[in-house]
Design a protein around this ligand. Structure first.
Ligand SMILES: [Zn+2]
Length: 64
């Protein structure tokens, strides 16, 4: 069989800030935001700080 296993990016243990891309320590507290995507599935967006969450939230609600 030549089938390759799907999902080769193994970065599930690392998360990056949805606003600035900074790496987030999962052991430390960090803000998250739950937002539905285009297909209405709920996604969790992690942020390195509350400031980033605010900035991302403002940017995300701008084009309403
Ligand atoms: Zn950030």
């Amino acid at each position: 069989m030549t089938r390759r296993s799907p999902g080769s990016d193994d970065a599930s243990d690392e998360r990056t800030c949805a606003s600035c891309g900074e790496r987030i320590e999962l052991t430390a507290w960090h803000p998250v935001l739950a937002e539905p995507d285009a297909s209405e599935a709920l996604h969790l967006y992690p942020f390195c700080s509350a400031d980033c969450r605010t900035a991302w939230n403002q940017r995300n609600t701008e084009n309403d």
